[in-house]
Design a protein around this ligand. Structure first.
Ligand code: NAD
Length: 244
């Protein structure tokens, strides 16, 4: 399906995991894609979502290179472990700056361009952590709760401008991020097996499955979906199961 033919997308965190899979999926469906990332690799555009100047330069470069901007995927994010007392102020500010304020910075820079598109859409990467009450994820859960609320507010503010805003809520996705967490465990293979066993489907979600959901929410196929959240979690939320 070439439903993004002629359109331009920017994907933050586009160099790895869910962002990289989403960039590939959008390209396969005809879009030209700017991969905005703090570690952009060879094909990407350098962009630190915590730095307003860097964000504005990256969005400007995207539009100069590709001529327009139709779709924004706010996907860059970082994790944090521990209960509410585990992280100091600096860590709280650092994670919220990437996961929440980062979305505001990139959206602020992109909105003037999106307003000119007849097919404008924004998709934010949330997480089931926003409402699942996961243990030892206080800061991360707070950041994703804010992403969910921000998605709804953005959806309300921009729907009349023809910009649809939605979000995806992945469960446990097999990306380098989860790989790093498993590698830090005493027995990574046993930890992976235990993590898989806790999934209702018996396996982790793939980055490609999340990319498909993001792409759906960015495409006219979801033209009547505004301010929605699409869980891609192997049943964790729908079945009210917890990963621990
Ligand atoms: P990942 O670590 O594989 O990729 C994240 C990308 O974001 C990296 O390329 C990294 O360089 C980039 N990034 C980090 N800080 C940045 C910054 N300041 N500016 C620009 N880019 C930056 O992780 P992933 O698993 O693909 O996660 C992507 C998104 O999915 C995140 O928002 C994460 O919270 C969310 N998510 C992941 C999972 C999971 O299980 N992997 C579950 C739910 C939600």
């Amino acid at each position: 399906m070439r439903d993004f033919e002629g359109l331009v997308a920017a994907v933050t965190g586009g160099a790895s995991g869910i962002g990289a899979a989403t960039a590939e999926e959008l390209e396969e469906r005809g879009a030209r894609v700017a991969r905005l990332d703090i570690n952009p690799g060879q094909d990407g555009i350098r962009c630190d979502v915590t730095d307003d100047e860097s964000v504005r330069a990256a969005v400007t470069e995207t539009v100069e290179r590709f001529g327009r901007l139709d779709v924004l995927i706010n996907n860059a994010g970082i994790g944090a472990q521990g209960d509410v007392g585990a992280n100091d102020d600096a860590e709280w500010h650092r994670v919220l700056d990437v996961n929440v304020v980062g979305i505001a910075r990139v959206s602020r820079a992109a909105l003037p361009h999106l307003r000119r598109s007849p097919s404008a859409a924004i998709v934010n990467t949330c997480s089931i952590a926003a409402w699942a009450g996961l243990p030892q994820r206080a800061l991360y859960s707070a950041s994703k709760g804010a992403v969910y609320a921000l998605t709804l507010a953005m959806a309300a503010d921009h729907v009349r401008e023809g910009i649809r805003v939605n979000c995806v809520a992945p469960g446990t996705v097999d990306t380098p991020w989860v790989g790093r967490l498993l590698d830090a465990a005493e027995d990574p293979a046993a930890e992976r097996a235990a993590l898989q066993a806790r999934q209702p489907t018996g396996r982790l979600v793939s980055a490609e499955e999340v990319a498909q959901a993001i792409t759906y929410l960015a495409s006219p196929l979801s033209g009547a979906s505004v301010g929605t959240v699409l869980a891609v979690d192997g049943g964790m939320h729908g079945l009210r199961l917890r990963p621990h």
